[in-house]
Design a protein around this ligand. Sequence first.
Ligand SMILES: Nc1ncnc2c1ncn2[C@@H]1O[C@H](COP(=O)(O)OP(=O)(O)OP(=O)(O)O)[C@@H](O)[C@H]1O
Length: 615
Amino acid sequence: MLDSLKEPFRYTKPVALRERGERQVQGGGGPKKAKARDTIGTLRRLWSYLIQYRWKLSAVILMIIFSTTLSLLGPYLAGTAVDHYLATPGTGFIAFLIGMAIVYALHALTTWLQNIWMIGISQKTVLRLRADLFNHLHKLPIPFFAKRQHGELMSRVTNDIENVSASLNSSFIQVASSALLLVGIVGIMLSLSPLLTLLTFIVIPFMLLGMKWITSRTSRLFKLQQRNLGELNGFVEETLSGQRIVKTFSREEAVISKFGQLNKQIHLSGFWAQSISGFIPKLMNGLNNLSFALIAGVGALLIINDSTGVTVGVIVIFAEFARQFTRPLNDLANQWNTLLSAVAGAERVFHILDEEVEAVDEREAATIDSIEGEVEFHEVSFAYGEGPPILRQISFAAKPGETIAFVGPTGAGKTTLIGLLCRFYEPLSGTISIDGTDIRHVRRDSLRSHMAFVLQDPFLFEGSIRDNIRYGKLNATDQEIEEAAKQANAHSFITRMRGGYDAKLKLDGAGISQGQKQLIAIARAILADPAILVLDEATSSIDTVTEIKIQEALQRLMRGRTSFVIAHRLNTIRQADQIVVLQNGEMTEQGTHDELARSGGFYSKLVSGQIELQP
Ligand SMILES: Nc1ncnc2c1ncn2[C@@H]1O[C@H](COP(=O)(O)OP(=O)(O)OP(=O)(O)O)[C@@H](O)[C@H]1O
């Protein structure tokens, strides 16, 4: 966000054009072909979702065939009637009218049925797509989320999926019925008069060229629009979550100005996409009128010339079909635009679905029912991706129930070490074992079910205090929850709140104090009853009374559990069974407070106050 606030604003039509320029420089139509392959690939993938409802889809296609045939029958009957009743007026006119009424009624019925069934299919499709996306997001590894803005991800689950849904509803039927209608119309026209059919076709190359010109531009703009929308959502989410920082640094104006830029980008990409695609109906109308004039003029000459067998009825049918002929082409062009917008949304969804999930557990990975809590790191080294080593040859062992304090300057690798223990990341070399079993051979969910975390800034969900504590053990009774809260010194403040345990917390515990959030998080961990505990000690200043309550609750929580504490207070560190000093990714000291305080190293300087412990 900070970078983006500094960045000068550059607008978007140039961005779209710049993108086009870049692609052209790549040259040879290669990237264009790749794009077309991407679009077809995305459509195929969407189709694989649709085809799961093959029976309903077949019914929709059947209805499309019926309704298209009926819509072809209408003008044909009207033209035949003109010839028939011009020659012998009166005879069977009522029967003809009834026939026409039945045709149009059936047409309305089949159209309604196909629409209603298609809505069912498309809603179910996006239901699955949305579920797949959400499930997949929860299988992605922690580093994935570190790289993405949450709002941008949310935009994919909501806006992009909604876009796919809206387009599927209309596009499928329109595309299928327009294509069928086109084939039917051309067949009838050819059977009536090949010459007039040829005249109607004169406009086709102009239509195709015009459409190609327009859609090649709109496709890019629709994708840009979706991307801009994702960016905007990311920015909004970020600025709302970071409201305190925005306000304390008085950055409201900078934020509003940046929002204005992003908003304008969406406005402009949307404006250009809509405006350019709006040309399609105009172009089609113009060419349509041209073809109509050609048929009327040449048709009149043919009637006068008598020998070709063209009658007034044929011209009526032809004029109607020539009008109808450009309509499906027009619809196809319009639907292509809608489809491109769906493809843009679907591509962004599939992009996430293609992200690699957290490495799969080994096939023989064990599930551990209970653990003692013996933890050993043996020559563990680690680097983020291709980056420099963050941890080098770390070795230490914790007996069940011991407390290990990690101490070291900021950026030394303390949090990373904990991430390795939970298997958020895998070591480059070395082993981490629990009760003698290498954790690589243990299922991640099983491993994590024996751990609980109390972090510096605990995350609380929107909902009641009771439900937030219950997150530690989903089947806990109300009594167990209250008992955990009492152990965590949280009971008294909860009962003083309006609504008590049922008091509703806002997202991330907005509305209660930092200390109270900590106490709820401790209650949650107590309820989870883990063998291994991870504590990232809070650095924010909390009033002395609450601080004492927190310390007391933590002591109770840590009793009998192997605890790893990223410690920021000398008092906490002093009480640890072992202290591990990390500096620049290396373990430089290890021992008890008394041992290290005498050693003359980093820790003794810390104790003597020569070094400040960084918060
Ligand atoms: N996701 C990441 N990708 C790349 N590098 C990272 C990532 N997370 C942390 N680092 C780097 O790894 C190093 C160790 O970070 P870590 O958060 O483990 O330190 P720490 O000792 O917990 O620091 P602090 O006390 O400030 O929380 C730092 O140099 C940091 O910049």
